[in-house]
Design a protein around this ligand. Sequence first.
Ligand code: ADP
Length: 598
Amino acid sequence: MRGYGRMRFENENTPKIKISKALLKRISSYFSAYWKHLLLVLLAIALTSLLGLVPPILIREIIDKALPGKNLHLLALLTGASLLATIFIGLIGVAENYLSTWVALHIIYDIKNAMYKHLEFMSLQFFSQVKPGDVITRMTSDINGIQDVLRNTVINFVRNILVFVVTAAALITMNWKLALLGLFVVPFFTLPTRRVGKVRWTIASQTQEKLQQLNQIIQETLSISGSTLIKIFTREETEYQKFKNLNQDVTELMIKEAVAGRWFRMTMSIFTTIGPMLIYFYGGYLFIQDEISVGAIVAFVTLLSRLYGPIVQLSNTHIDLTRSLALFERIFEYFDMKHDVEDAPNAIAMAQVKGEVAFCNVSFAYQPASPILKDISFHAAPNTMIALVGPSGAGKTTITNLIPRLYDAGEGTITLDGIDTRQISLTSLRAHIGMVMQESYLFNDSIRENLLYAKSDATEEELITACQKANIHDFIITLPDGYNTIVGNRGVKLSGGEKQRIAIARVILKDPSIIILDEATSSLDSLSEQLIQEAMEPLLTGKTSFIIAHRLSTVMAADIILVLENGRIVESGQHVALLQQGGLYKTLYDTQFRSHDH
Ligand code: ADP
């Protein structure tokens, strides 16, 4: 299994991202849906880069013709035209900016939706391995980072290239000797770019890594369970120091990154002043030789800034592009993770099921190297109760996870009504299965909303009936807000027994044919246990149920008891027969069940 969520910045000295054709192709595929908008943006950019030539050229005419000829009319005409061109550039710029922002944000919107959907269908394996802050970071700051790339980097890249080409062409047409001199400085720009690019890359990747660690600390420690743990072990100061140190690293790195940028800009500005100096010097010489007018020199220098501006920005583009490609890589890394459990190409939907479940030589491993379930076979007839017993870690939960295909079996087959569950669509398979775990998960919403999760169109009456059956209605109505009570993070405002009974009500509402239930252990008081016990009865009647059993009454009522040890079924049968065998079940009975039920 791959190391989910590992950063890609292993070697921090060299940017790892290769600007490969495949990567660019993949990125550009996000743009293709918006090609019409992008064509308009391109047109607008082309128009503004051409219009940008107008004012410098008009300056030449003003200096060479209007001023020496003392022609006020021509002067007004030329300055007016220059003003008009500038206004036009501004207006087109606004429209172009709106369009490119629109496209960028729509691409972000598409990527975010696709990512959410992709992650929703990731296997439980993924969620058990991924670092807590990683999903949030990729879904928010990474994707938002791209926004900047699309809006600024890519669009500016095109703009700068166009402006450079148009200006260079204009300069060469005006005077090729001067143009060559101006362009001569250009290669020097690229010298510091690579070096600075590498430095900034290194810092940026370190910052990213540290930020992610910071996110992880925040998520882990500032949560209900994390905070409880910190309080109990009085680790506030240690955790604070850890946070503070990391925060300090991030701050220092950010300062370093900003300063690296400063030096870069300073070097650039030196190069940008050398160009005009050379033009004034050599242009002046040509003027003295009567080869060129004063207006042409001024126009040239003005145009030169239009040449260097793009170059300065293009060298930044390279840095931004490298950085943003890293973001794309991180996003693609998630997209490339396969969904382990998926629908078969022509999976069937089962509207009704009898609830017959069979395991045939099933083996399973979370990690290839350590098999958990070995050669599990059993048959559960419709409307029967199967109790799973065995020491902790024997594989009971794992067996129940395989039935709704939360994980897929490695070897062997699991069938529902005689059909391989891998041939049944996940939606219809899971529609027939209800689960009540020991630790029931509730969303931080009202009790009502948590119940409606099972059946969104349930009526008030159905809700109440389900809660009455689950023995929780009487409790809910004693709450000040009744069914509208907000349960807190993961249902923290409710006791374990109350949460479990709400979870039972939720499954009663869903009314599936197969029930999977992890029975509460002794952590509950006897009243809660009794309430739950009563709640389970209507839940289980007429269903096929798999119960991870901790109570004597359950195993005694079970049609089949599967006794598990180290991932194998070592004994199976009914209570009395198993007791007589005097094996593991007998030991469990003596140590666990008997003491549990008075
Ligand atoms: P039981 O329910 O009988 O206590 P489980 O089915 O929960 O046992 O676990 C069986 C074994 O599988 C244990 O050794 C446990 O450590 C391992 N295990 C459970 N879940 C995972 C997981 N997501 N990844 C890796 N190993 C796991």
